[in-house]
Design a binder for this molecule. Structure first.
Ligand SMILES: [Zn+2]
Length: 259
């Protein structure tokens, strides 16, 4: 069968137009979903307790009084080192979701977190939202950070947490295909962005939300959060201990659910 050059050109242009249209539509849908979140508080993309498909954990359905403390966006000095002191004082092991560029900036602090026996997770390289992005971009963000974490000497499975807990189609697809654990959370200071709120209020809001199997999200990795994180964490641990909770890493929490 002979296909004319004109016809091949036409089919090629039609295919390119169809792919471009799909990509534009995808970006428009993502943008609309973000607006739903911002203006109507309907959280689809950034909901820490929901993902359209693929395996994820916000909380483990266990009955034991066990919770996992997690810290995002670090390491960030001098706040991460100060936080490590508080965790040591309470003999608590936590899970740190590091951003790759922060590991490069504060490599000694990153090594120290590992040395003290905490679990390390991947929080992307640059902390950009991984929604409406190509698979190539997502892969490079996650794999670059995995390499930096491996260079710290971590040999265990590396859990992942999406920046801003933002995920829609491509990120869950990539995580599922590469068999990565996606760790979201069910407990965080309320409202989420009031850094500098009174320590007692932050601790009380966490203690009120936490249940057996909860994953608690705190931040040591930016200036506003870092300033407060050691005090917040100290108060959070004290309040949760009073309610009978014990602490473990995210992987230990997942294993507790399997046993
Ligand atoms: Zn983050």
């Amino acid at each position: 069968m002979n296909i004319s050059a004109d016809r091949i050109l036409l089919i090629t242009l039609a295919a390119i137009a169809a792919v471009s249209l799909c990509y534009v539509l995808y970006r428009v849908v993502c943008s609309l979903l973000f607006r739903l979140n911002r203006f109507f508080r309907v959280q689809i993309i950034e909901n820490p307790r929901f993902q359209l498909f693929g395996k994820y954990y916000s909380r483990l359905p266990i009955t034991e009084n066990l919770v996992a403390l997690t810290f995002d966006d670090g390491p960030y000095e001098p706040y991460t080192t100060k936080l490590l002191g508080v965790l040591d004082d309470h003999q608590v092991k936590a899970t740190f979701f590091f951003a790759g560029l922060r590991i490069e900036q504060y490599s000694e602090a990153a090594k120290e977190v590992c040395r003290r026996g905490h679990q390390i997770g991947n929080h992307s390289y640059s902390h950009h939202r991984l929604v409406g992005r190509s698979l190539k971009f997502i892969r490079s963000e996650i794999e670059a950070t995995d390499r930096l974490i491996r260079a710290l000497g971590v040999t265990d499975e590396i859990p992942f947490r999406a920046p801003y807990t933002a995920k829609f189609l491509t990120l869950p697809y990539f995580l599922t295909r590469t068999k990565r654990l996606h760790i979201l959370f069910d407990t965080a200071p309320m409202p989420r962005d009031t850094w500098g709120a009174p320590v007692e209020a932050v601790a009380a809001s966490i203690a009120q939300q936490a249940r057996p199997g909860s994953i608690i999200a705190l931040h040591d990795g930016n200036l506003k959060a870092g300033l407060w994180i050691a005090n917040y964490t100290d108060a959070v641990i004290r309040d949760l201990k009073k309610k009978g909770f014990r602490f473990c890493t995210v992987s230990e929490l997942i294993n507790a659910n399997r046993n």
